[in-house]
Design a protein around this ligand. Structure first.
Ligand code: PTJ
Length: 264
């Protein structure tokens, strides 16, 4: 579909088209389209921009990735379609491995996603059968299948657009879990170690930039920055941000309607 550049919501429409195409090509599942709709709704509430609280979390995430011994970026269908190049660039900047890990797992989807990542420049893609033979204990979904060179032994895992069960399992196994999730109320957002409440398409380039900016910093300083961060406090502030923004909009909308009643 041709999207007019002048359309006020051109970027949002472009993303929808990319996901629709990804669905037709077998990378994205129907549930991924639904998840996107939920994300869009929360993005609307945030004002469709990276709020300062998300920028703070991005800084912490960058520091955690740089401090990690074995960082891994977990990729699902939506992530492979929306930010394949950014996944590859972030992996390179942070020295992380890339692993395909799907909730709705099929060999066809794994292959299509691997192919997309390789055309974006990935040299190694883990988690693609038959390499994903290890299992995360205590997890029932197909997300339990992981690569023994990747998520199984990782100390820090970036899991954008994740489901809550695996986040909880990864935390229970002692891993630092970073997520990017527009919904600050989701179980993933609430249980991760670092939650970036932002759109994946905005957060990934900023995360790459931050990793490159912090790369020269002393590990002690990075460690201190990470230790001082409280994810629950930051999430609480994100929820307040939305609430205050809505209060502000509701007041100004009320005023507009007063005016339209003949006050002006
Ligand atoms: O590709 P698969 O098989 O691994 O499946 C992927 C989906 C996304 C379908 C699966 O992980 C899933 O069902 O996820 P959930 O539980 O729907 O959670 C997705 C979360 O991501 C929700 O909280 C959405 O608000 C959020 N979200 C959606 N789009 C974006 C987003 N967050 C950041 N950026 C987005 N573009």
């Amino acid at each position: 579909m041709e999207i007019p550049r002048s359309h006020p919501r051109a970027e949002s429409l472009r993303i929808r088209e990319a996901l629709k195409k990804g669905f037709e090509e077998g990378l994205v599942v129907e549930q991924g389209l639904m998840a996107h709709g939920r994300g869009e709704a929360f993005d609307y509430l945030l004002g469709e921009k990276t709020i300062p609280l998300a920028a703070d979390a991005i800084k912490i995430a960058a520091a955690a990735l740089l401090l990690a011994d074995k960082p891994v970026i977990s990729v699902n269908g939506n992530v492979a379609v929306l930010t394949p190049k950014e996944v590859v660039d972030l992996a390179e900047a942070a020295g992380a491995k890339i692993e395909v890990n799907l909730f709705y797992r099929t060999p066809q989807r794994e292959k299509a996603i691997e192919k997309r990542l390789r055309s974006a420049g990935a040299r190694e893609v883990l988690g693609v059968d038959p390499s994903a033979t290890a299992e995360l204990p205590g997890l029932e979904s197909l997300r339990r299948k992981v690569d023994q060179k990747g998520i199984l032994v990782a100390d820090v895992v970036l899991v954008p657009l994740e489901d809550g069960d695996r986040t909880e399992t990864l935390r229970r196994l002692g891993k630092t879990v970073i997520t990017i999730d527009l919904n600050p109320l989701s179980r993933t957002a609430q249980t991760a170690s670092v939650t970036i409440v932002d759109n994946l398409v905005r957060a990934m380039p900023l995360l790459i930039k931050e990793v490159n900016r912090l790369r020269g910093e002393k590990p002690d300083l990075l460690r201190k920055t990470v230790e001082q961060f409280d994810n629950r406090v930051n999430l609480g502030k994100c929820i307040s941000y939305i609430a205050e923004r809505l209060m502000h909009i509701s007041k100004s909308t009320g005023k507009m309607s007063d005016n339209s009643n003949g006050e002006q």
